[in-house]
Design a protein around this ligand. Structure first.
Ligand code: PPS
Length: 319
């Protein structure tokens, strides 16, 4: 079965193409819900509700997990991996939104929208699975089946800014509150999927002994050729110059921003409010400099030193 004919695709597009007037109040009341505790990690209610099913997800050995803390380059990596696997830009990549090609494991919106698990169930192998789960919450079946995983990490300051705008535009997230409140909550890990510090270090520490390829957003931005080749090698593929050029062009920020299959413009506008902030916002390293005050930056650095003192993991916040 090809991806373009898998049943989840129709189910998905049926849900995604519906507009607010067609949805009853039941759906709308789930928007902007608060956070719950999932084994010590703050999580949106919808994820916690479905947790047993998510935890018991049965991975196939050829599933590829694409994992990140939110706003760290997931969509970019999905497009890179799909282009490598398809040895170019397939018809399916041109006609199926990113989220349907790499279902979001823990996404559990109210009906009629399909959950990540619903889509995955009907999807042919080899599957790409997107997740924002911290390492300790990833379903064990991925590791029991020796699945490969690509983890993309992005510097905390740019993630903070990107996540703040994402909270403002995505009504599926909790209310961000004021900038000051969000800044505090991010630093103390009281945001969906928890602490950035715990997330990036948890995956970093876990990679020994598992097939995890750890990528930095900043490296990808600075030298995409080198990083894309490394991803291909990890997937057991080699790229000729022509294919590499095609992938570079297709996955550039400007191309992805204009591509409805990658820019999330197919999500109904009452969920993603691109007029407030587009999903494909800036795609740069160092945007934090245009946002943080000197005092905020100092406070951030202080907390950063404290939380990252014991790890060998380092980040670049500018190029
Ligand atoms: N091709 C390319 N090049 C550079 N940057 C890119 C690219 N594609 C996506 N992005 C930027 O990645 C940010 C979104 O991250 P995610 O895809 O992980 O978002 S999500 O957590 O899955 O919602 C978001 O970052 P900000 O622009 O800083 O908000 C996107 O713009």
């Amino acid at each position: 079965m090809s991806l373009s004919s898998f049943p989840g695709r129709d189910l998905a597009s049926a849900g995604l193409e519906m507009n607010a007037p067609a949805l009853d109040a039941e759906v709308l009341k789930h928007l902007r819900s608060g956070l719950t505790d999932l084994q010590g990690v703050p999580m949106t209610l919808s994820v916690t509700h479905r947790w047993d099913d998510i935890k018991n997800f049965s991975a196939h050995p050829d599933d590829l997990l694409i994992a990140t803390y939110p706003k760290s380059g997931t969509t970019w990596m999905v497009e890179i991996v799909d282009s490598i696997r398809n040895e170019g830009i397939s018809q399916e990549m041109r006609s199926i939104p990113s989220l349907m090609r790499a279902p979001f494991l823990e996404m559990n919106p109210p009906a009629p929208f399909p959950s990540g698990l619903d889509i995955l169930k009907t999807m042919p192998a080899p599957r790409m699975v997107k997740t924002h789960l911290p390492f300790q919450l990833v379903p064990q079946s991925f590791w029991d089946n020796n699945c490969k995983a690509i983890y993309i990490a992005r510097n905390a300051k740019d993630v903070l800014i990107s996540y703040y705008y994402f909270h403002k535009m995505n009504t599926g997230m909790p209310e961000p509150g004021t900038w000051h409140e969000f800044f505090d909550n991010f630093l103390s890990g009281k945001v969906s999927w928890g602490s950035w510090f715990d997330h990036v270090t948890g995956w970093w520490d876990a990679r020994e002994g598992l097939r995890i390829h750890y990528v930095f957003y900043e490296d990808l931005k600075q030298d995409p050729v080198k990083e894309i080749k490394k991803v291909a090698l990890f997937l057991g593929k080699t790229l000729n110059k022509e294919l590499l050029d095609t992938i570079l062009e297709h996955t550039s920020f400007n191309k992805m921003k204009d591509n409805p299959m990658t820019n999330f413009s197919t999500v109904p506008p009452f969920v993603f409010k691109h007029d407030i902030s587009p999903f494909m916002r800036k795609g740069t390293v160092g945007d934090w400099k245009l946002h943080l005050t000197v005092a905020e930056n100092e406070r951030f650095d202080e907390e950063y030193q404290r939380r990252m003192a014991a790890t060998s993991l380092t980040f670049r916040t500018e190029l």
